[in-house]
Design a protein around this ligand. Sequence first.
Ligand code: FAD
Length: 649
Amino acid sequence: MTQVERHQWDVVVIGAGGAGLRAAIEAREQGLRTAVICKSLFGKAHTVMAEGGIAASMGNANENDNWQVHFRDTMRGGKFLNQWRMAELHAREAADRVWELETWGALFDRTEDGRISQRNFGGHEYPRLAHVGDRTGLELIRTLQQKVVALQQEDHRESGDYEARLKIFQECTVTRILKEGDRVSGAFCYERESGRFFVVEAPSVVLATGGIGKSFKVTSNSWEYTGDGHALALLAGAPLINMEFVQFHPTGMVWPLSVKGILVTESVRGDGGVLRNSEGKRFMFDYIPDVFKEKYAESEEEADAWYADPDRNRRPPELLPRDEVARAINAEVKAGRGSPHGGVFLDVSTRMPAEVIKRRLPSMHHQFLELADVDITAGPMEVGPTCHYVMGGVDVDSETAAASGVPGLFAAGEVAGGMHGSNRLGGNSLSDLLVFGRRAGLYAARHAKQLASARPAVSDAQIEAAAAEALRPFSAGEGAGDGADGAGTGAGGTPENPYTLHQELQQAMNDLVGIIRREEEMAQALTRLAELRDRARRAAVEGHRQFNPGWHLALDLRNMLLVSECVARAALNRTESRGGHTRDDYPEMDREWRRANLMCALAEDGAEGAGGRIALRRREMPPIRADLLELFEKEELIKYLTDEELTAE
Ligand code: FAD
């Protein structure tokens, strides 16, 4: 029998990025004992990498901005597939969350008259992104960490123990959500350095684990984005929504190869940068889709005039939503008009003085100089699409962030689905983290309070099963064992190298379920995934449990394979193009599909449904509330809504 330490908490938050920290602060402020578990070092999360800013309709740069305009932009960006109530709450509450950050010590860049400065970003009608140069995420995390420390100091004053009500378990990975019956009872974890197992028991668990980018070869995401929270939810019985929608950011670095995919922030375009092809043409004017025609400039003169006079000119097409720009770049490269390394040119050097570039885009200046030996104040960058963000995630209640079907499980941030519909606007993630991180913490705390005297228990049998699953890679290939996805019995056989499996998975997802999708290729991807899942049961590692990255990756493979299957299966099923899902064989947006959400769940009893582990189901979207629909012109709604929906108004 495996002996593991058990810790008791009221609320456990998995992940210490913006969503996790905001949730933890809220739960602790509700007076509950809260633990945060994070796979990486405390402070090292994707949130820290966020460059451009946080979207909130504070109206500092243009007083016409308000939550209704922000809501409209978010719905347009998501092509009306957003869970509209989430988009509404987000637009209404984002500004308060930014003000709150400031009261906790965040130092945003200022306008000349001392207000928080706001910059332009794709798809936002007005300059809306509060920022700190191009290091906004760093300031956000610094501020939230400072708040955590302040709360710990408060607890120390009261109880003599800094960690009495808020404790961080850093470099610890959760591999299973534990349940009693259908209710959450805790989480099973291992410490990365020692390999030691432990269990945190709690009636409320908040998933805040971020995204899935590491399933793709070219990505802006770092090593810990292996879809853990998505998979943990699935394995706990909570469905995922909208998994076919993966955002390929238009501008990642394309060379040197060693850094391919690293992000080039959208602020480069927001601050005036332009995209050109190998013929020197500013090609985005050729790619304005009908649904956006009225809002974007038709000529370079009008586009350039917009920066000085946005009220009398239309926006440059470089600031279309990300899905549009990514597709346009892809098309230019395919047509043979790409840059020498297979991207296009992004230029700020001819658009603003060197000292302004260095002041407004210090990280980009540094990044290109260090990694590519390119001085962006003197010449253009080469950029191309990179897998950046997943719109799909845990299906949650819009108000409470509670995961469907699993009492006690909550999700916030990139791991949660619905808010961004089929495509997220830049800057809307940082605000999402704070708005729904707070809500998840609040409702997780309420749930835990309700169960104060009758907490679900963690059984020894569950711990035993989770430990056996985690240890399997040490004996894989030797004989019988459960499958890498926790289903069925894996066969013995030739041991497999987890790094090779990961590379093959990334290649398959990049080539077969990437930015432009086709039926045959996605079907092929599902076959490849089934083979990889089979081989992953034999993913074997040597050595021991003390810091063993091969072992950690072998465990992450289960998650990446499950999540990749969700993406491929949902993408194959959705026979239209919308936002972050582009089908070569179904290039048009289909109004009938707008009402459909595709839900992914684990196939019943671990059965291999249709050659896979994921069962797909279609769910109808609730009708958009009438007062929210009134915020749009009828002509615009006609492009998205069915006749039935329009007449029901
Ligand atoms: P994260 O910040 O990634 O945190 C996830 C946490 O979960 C980490 O602590 C991780 O260690 C932990 N974790 C994961 N799995 C486990 C596990 N199994 N057990 C325990 N812990 C686990 N958005 C904007 O709005 N504006 C921007 O300017 C912007 N710029 C970006 C730039 C880059 C380079 C990138 C990659 C993204 C950018 N985004 C931006 C998107 C945004 O940063 C992310 O969507 C957001 O930070 C996600 O926050 P999160 O709290 O959900 O997850």
